[in-house]
Design a protein around this ligand. Structure first.
Ligand SMILES: Cc1cc2nc3c(=O)[nH]c(=O)nc-3n(C[C@H](O)[C@H](O)[C@H](O)COP(=O)(O)O)c2cc1C
Length: 371
């Protein structure tokens, strides 16, 4: 949901009376920005495991639910899914949960590597769920540029500048995303990007016509900085370029303005202003494959950030079950499952999102890894 100028001005009129309506305005935003900055403090020269976990949590994750828990051992970190934080409507088989775990695992590996603790990740099965177990070593730091990008990476849900990226930049993005077990499909041809857009519009229309999808999304939106800081999770309105409002008014405006036509229009402009689209497809359609997709996507996202290239998700065609196989046929990979659809291009940044503090995502002391 990005509001039109007229809607924004109307809302701004209401915002000028915001303190009277129960929000605390500027001081809320100051607290928000302080929390954002504290989460993104530079890693110390010799980080403790908790510092690496902080960087891991800066990973992208579906609806910013942060569906993970970290178990610490001597030189190990295990990342487990927190299935109480899944989104059953948009993600009924927890696909996005495991992709998010992969993003966090890659952040942790990149951060450790950059501080001379190069390690490796192994996917384990814990009951019926996969976990990513990372063992840190003492290897040389080669990922500094990507590590510096971790606190600066964001999902930028705005229109981009409409310019292509250079051949060298594209090659760097392709190379960063290369990972065993994952195929990437880069599209920069305008006609083909319009082809993806057709499926985005079909998927988006189906989602907005589904009241359960809309309700789930609305429940994860934080309409003002106070609400965002209270939970440290969810989708803060300003991170999508929207004005901030008291929660009751935000929910009211959402019901009015979150419509099929407005959203489809917005996505058409966003796709047409982007330099390209990349689609990630796991070779194995299971939790391990999805974790690998998250790792590949995260390397892409960090490399893009290092090059000042923004990215945002267009996952609707892969989230709507009946559209996904059609979309795979259109891509020329019938029978396979495309996992993520990401647009990229250049644009100014938007506000950064929040995360829960490290102490809230670390498992209790009695739960440390001993095996
Ligand atoms: C598996 C996955 C699916 C996502 N799907 C969407 C999506 O459909 N639309 C969207 O705008 N963002 C999507 N996101 C981005 C998250 O909303 C975003 O990462 C989260 O809100 C945190 O914000 P940040 O990436 O700016 O740190 C997705 C992220 C992941 C990892």
């Amino acid at each position: 949901m990005t509001w039109t100028r007229r809607e924004f001005l109307a809302a701004s009129g209401v915002m000028s009376t915001y303190p009277l309506l129960g929000g605390c305005g500027d001081s809320g935003m100051t607290r928000y920005e302080e929390a954002v900055a504290a989460l993104r403090e530079e890693l110390p020269a010799e980080p403790a495991l908790r510092d690496f976990v902080r960087y891991a949590t800066l990973a992208p994750n579906s609806h910013n639910t942060q569906p993970w828990e970290f178990r610490l051992g001597a030189d190990r970190v295990e990342i487990l899914p927190d299935l109480a934080r899944n989104c059953p409507v948009v993600d009924p088989d927890d696909h996005h949960v495991f992709v998010s775990l992969g993003c966090a695992a890659e952040n942790l590996l990149v951060a450790a590597n950059a501080r001379n603790r190069a390690g490796e990740a192994v996917v384990n099965l814990d009951g019926t769920s996969a976990t990513a177990r990372i063992t840190l070593g003492n290897g040389a730091g080669i990922d500094r540029e990507l590590c510096d990008a971790i606190p600066r990476r964001q999902s930028t849900r705005s229109e981009y500048d409409g310019q292509p990226v250079s051949r060298e930049e594209l090659a760097a993005l392709e190379s960063a995303a290369t990972m065993p077990g994952v195929n990437t499909f880069f599209i920069t041809d305008r006609g083909k990007m319009d082809g993806v857009l057709d499926y985005v519009i079909e998927g988006n229309s189906a989602q907005i016509d589904d009241p359960a999808f809309v309700e789930e999304l609305k429940n994860w939106i934080r309409f003002n900085p106070e609400a965002a800081v209270e939970t440290n999770d969810g989708l803060f309105a300003a991170c999508s370029g929207n004005p901030t409002l008291p929660t009751w008014l935000g929910r009211f405006m959402f019901d009015r303005f979150f419509t099929r036509d407005a959203e489809n229009d917005k996505y058409a402009k966003q796709v047409r202003s982007s330099a390209g689209i990349v689609i990630f497809v796991a070779e194995k359609e299971d939790q391990e494959g999805w974790i690998n997709v998250g790792r590949s996507f995260q390397r892409f996202a960090l490399q893009a950030t290092a090059l000042e290239i923004r990215h945002a998700h267009l996952n609707m065609p892969i989230e709507v079950a009946h559209i996904r196989p059609e979309f795979a046929r259109w891509m020329g990979i019938p029978g396979r499952r495309p996992d993520l659809i990401i647009r990229f291009g250049k644009a100014p940044p938007l506000p950064m999102s929040l995360r829960r503090p490290v102490k809230e995502v670390i498992a209790p002391i009695e739960d440390v890894i001993t095996a």
